[in-house]
Write a protein that binds this ligand. Structure first.
Ligand SMILES: NC(=O)c1ccc[n+]([C@@H]2O[C@H](COP(=O)([O-])OP(=O)(O)OC[C@H]3O[C@@H](n4cnc5c(N)ncnc54)[C@H](O)[C@@H]3O)[C@@H](O)[C@H]2O)c1
Length: 443
C-alpha cells in the first residue's frame, strides 16, 4: 500500500515513520522547505526518543521518503493523511482550520485515483464534511472518501503509543474507505488492538472528549492537592487511594503546576467553543479551562513565597521548561507563565532543560541558559523543578545544597520526598504534600 502524509510535525512524522515500519510506502510532505531538507539529510527536526533510528531504517529500506511536492507524494496513493497543525485561533479559541482546509484544496488538485482522505489532525465536529465539500467543489470528478482517524500518541513516547495504541478510531461510513483503513492498520489488528469503527462526526468528537476528560482528571487532582495543603493531607496518597479503584484508574492523577502542551489547552478550548456554538455547553470543561489558566499563573507565587515573599534582586534556578519530559515542545508549557512572572517580580532566572532550550530561548528572553542542572544552580537563591525530566530525579543533593545560596527547593512535580528533603536540610515545598502536621488545622 502507499500513502502520503501531509505535515511532518510531531504527529505526521511519527505516524508516517510508523506506517512505513508496518511495510507501507510512505511519502511525507511539508511546506517547510528547511524541515524537508533536514529530513532528506537524515536529521530529525524534533526531539522524540527512537525516531531517528526508525526514520533512518525505513528510508534505507526505501519505504519512507520526503518532499515538498504534494503531487509527487500523492502519485498512486491509497490514502492521504492530513496531519497539519490546528492551533487555537487568536481571539476566540476556536480551532484554526486554515491549514486543514488549505491542505484539502491542495489534495483536490492532486487526486488521480480512488483515494481516502484521512484527517489525523485533531479537528472539530463537522470538519471532515467540510474537507469533502472543498474537494468536491474543486474537483467534481474526483473519486474519494473522507475518514477521520484521530491520533492519541503522546510526545515523548510517541512511537510506542503509535505501535501499541489502546485503540484506533476510524470514522467513515464508506465500506471502501473502511477497507483501506483496516488494511493500513492490519499489523495492529493482528495484535488485537481494538478498532472503533464509527461515523465521521463521532470519531471527531471522541478525540476532544478524551482529551477534555484527561484535562478534567488532572485539574481535579490539582484542586484536591490545594485542599491537601490546607488540611495536612498528602495528595500522593489520596491519588493512590483513589486510583486503585478500577473505576477511576491511577493515571493522570499527578498533581502539578497545571496542564500545558500542544493539545490539552487548545483542545479543551475548542470543545468549549463547539459546545457553545451548538447550544449544548460543557460547563465542566469551561471551568477546567479557567482553573488551569489561573493555576499556571499562580505557580510563580509559590516560588516567591518560598523565597520569603520577594524575589526582587534574587536568582531563581529553573530546572525543566518543556511542557513535559522527553520532548522539546514548548507549546503552552507552564514555564511560559512562570519564568516571565518571576522576571517581572525582579528575579534573575538561570535555567536548564535537556532538550527544550533551543526552542525556549526564542520564547523566554532574558534567561541565562546553562549547560547542565548544576551550572543553573550555581549561586541561585532557590531552585524550582518545573518539568520532571528523569535527570532531575537523582540530583546530588549535597552538591545542590553547596551550590545554592539558600537551600530552598520548590518542586512543582513532586519528584522528591518531603520528609527526606527536610532531613537533608532543605526548605522544601511541593504540591499537595505538606510535612506531616504542618498544614493541619488548629485543634
Ligand atoms: N503533538 C501531539 O502530541 C499531538 C497528539 C495527537 C494529536 N495531535 C494533533 O495533530 C495535529 C498536528 O500536530 P503536530 O503537533 O504534529 O503539529 P506541528 O505543528 O508539529 O506540525 C504540523 C506541520 O504541518 C505542516 N503544514 C501545515 N500546512 C501544510 C500543508 N498545506 N502542506 C504541507 N505541510 C503543511 C507544518 O509546516 C508543520 O511542519 C494537530 O491537529 C494536533 O492537535 C497532536
Amino acid at each position: 500500500m502507499r500513502i502520503a502524509m501531509i505535515g511532518t510535525g510531531y504527529v505526521g512524522l511519527v505516524s508516517g515513520a510508523c506506517f512505513s515500519e508496518f511495510g507501507v510506502d510512505v511519502c511525507c510532505v511539508d511546506k517547510d522547505v528547511g524541515k524537508i531538507e533536514r529530513l532528506k539529510r537524515g536529521e530529525i527536526p524534533i526531539y522524540e526518543p527512537g525516531l531517528e533510528d526508525l526514520v533512518a531504517r525505513n528510508v534505507a529500506a526505501g519505504r519512507l521518503s520526503f518532499t515538498t511536492d504534494l503531487r509527487e507524494a500523492m502519485q498512486g496513493v491509497d490514502a492521504v493523511f492530513i496531519a497539519v497543525g490546528t492551533p487555537s485561533r487568536r481571539g476566540d479559541g476556536h480551532a484554526d482550520l486554515s491549514y486543514v482546509y488549505g491542505a484539502a484544496a491542495e489534495i483536490a488538485a492532486c487526486i488521480d485515483r480512488y483515494t481516502v482522505v484521512v484527517t489525523k489532525s485533531t479537528v472539530p465536529v463537522g470538519t471532515g464534511r467540510e474537507v469533502a465539500r472543498i474537494i468536491r467543489e474543486n474537483r467534481p470528478d474526483a473519486d474519494f472518501d473522507v475518514a477521520s482517524n484521530p491520533e492519541f500518541l503522546r510526545e515523548g513516547s510517541a512511537i510506542g503509543d503509535f505501535m501499541r495504541p489502546d485503540r484506533v478510531v476510524i470514522g467513515t461510513s464508506s465500506p471502501r474507505a473502511q477497507e483501506v483503513m483496516r488494511a493500513l492498520y492490519r499489523p495492529l489488528y493482528l495484535i488485537e488492538t481494538p478498532i472503533v469503527m464509527t461515523e465521521l462526526e463521532t470519531a471527531e468528537l471522541i478525540k476532544y472528549a478524551a482529551n477534555a476528560f484527561l484535562a478534567v482528571k488532572i485539574t481535579f487532582i490539582n484542586e484536591i492537592a490545594d485542599l491537601c495543603e490546607k488540611v495536612g493531607a498528602n495528595v500522593h496518597d489520596v491519588a493512590r487511594g483513589m486510583g486503585l479503584d478500577g473505576r477511576i484508574g491511577r493515571k493522570f492523577l499527578h498533581a502539578g503546576p497545571g496542564y500545558g502542551g500542544s493539545c490539552f489547552p487548545k483542545d479543551t478550548l475548542a470543545l468549549v467553543r463547539t459546545a457553545q456554538q451548538n447550544e449544548s455547553p460543557v460547563r465542566i470543561v469551561e471551568t477546567v479551562v479557567d482553573i488551569n489558566d489561573r493555576r499556571k499563573k499562580a505557580m510563580a507565587g509559590r516560588i516567591v513565597d518560598a523565597c520569603g515573599g520577594t524575589v526582587a534582586g534574587k536568582t531563581v534556578a529553573v530546572l525543566g521548561v518543556t511542557f513535559k519530559p522527553n520532548t522539546d515542545d514548548m507549546r503552552d508549557a507552564p514555564a511560559l507563565d512562570i519564568v516571565p512572572a518571576l522576571q517581572a517580580a525582579g528575579a534573575t532566572v538561570r535555567a536548564f532543560d535537556p532538550a527544550g532550550m533551543h526552542e525556549a530561548e526564542k520564547l523566554l528572553p532574558g534567561v541565562t541558559w546553562c549547560a547542565d542542572s548544576y551550572a543553573a544552580l550555581d549561586g541561585a537563591d532557590c531552585v524550582a523543578i518545573v518539568t520532571e525530566w528523569n535527570e532531575f530525579r537523582a540530583l546530588d543533593l549535597k552538591r545542590v545544597k553547596a551550590l545554592l545560596r539558600a537551600p530552598v527547593m520548590v518542586d512543582l512535580r513532586n519528584v522528591y520526598n518531603p520528609a527526606e528533603m527536610a532531613a537533608a536540610g532543605f526548605i522544601y515545598t511541593s504540591i499537595g504534600r505538606p510535612l506531616p502536621g504542618a498544614g493541619a488545622p488548629a485543634a
